[in-house]
Design a protein. Structure first.
Length: 183
């Protein structure tokens, strides 16, 4: 791993892909490097790495089985403040449809509108974190959480052949939600 001029570390690893993201050895190690305190995973599938787990599919080992946005809202209403959020949503409309189908639900166009859903989830995550909280994001883009967050680690997990890389990002909350300062 190396640290670039931007102040964050960057690495590239290789591993076979898996629909259970955290079972991929370099991705699992990435999570374990940052996991501490109270942790939340709104798209956990069968992962039990986080303190609070959720997955839409009731056949998974997650502690809750509801829409991710509803799960995050429930935790916020209970006063949960996350030290770390594992943010590993389905990466494409096809994957979203497959997740809903596995739960016996037909995905509609509303469900597969990725940017709107991710925007709502990111706002809910921001509402349950504080400065110094981390979000570990996984996907096919590096958009990140927004201006209230700083990138501390970026890892590409190459899967070979025609498989897309998994982009793994660790971001730290640097300011309170909605309180931006410009020096």
């Amino acid at each position: 791993m190396r640290t670039g001029d931007a102040g964050y570390s960057f690495s590239r690893q290789w591993a076979m892909p898996s629909s259970d993201t955290f079972s991929v050895p370099p991705i699992r190690d990435f999570v374990l490097r940052h996991l501490h305190g109270v942790s939340v995973d709104p798209f956990a599938r069968n992962s039990r790495m986080a303190t609070h787990t959720n997955d839409l599919n009731p056949a998974t080992e997650a502690g809750h089985h509801m829409e991710a946005i509803d799960f995050l809202g429930m935790l916020a209403s209970e006063g949960v403040v996350a030290d770390v959020v594992l943010f590993d949503p389905p990466y494409s409309p096809r994957q979203i449809s497959e997740c809903y189908a596995s739960a016996g639900i037909t995905a509609t166009m509303v469900h597969t509108q990725i940017s709107a859903t991710m925007k709502r989830c990111k706002a809910a995550i921001a509402g349950m974190t504080r400065p110094s909280s981390l979000v570990l994001s996984f996907g096919w883009n590096s958009c990140g959480m927004g201006p209230e967050w700083e990138l501390i680690e970026l890892m590409l997990c190459a899967h070979g052949g025609t498989h897309n890389d998994t982009i793994c990002m660790a971001e730290r909350r640097v300011v309170q939600q909605g309180v931006l300062t410009y020096d």
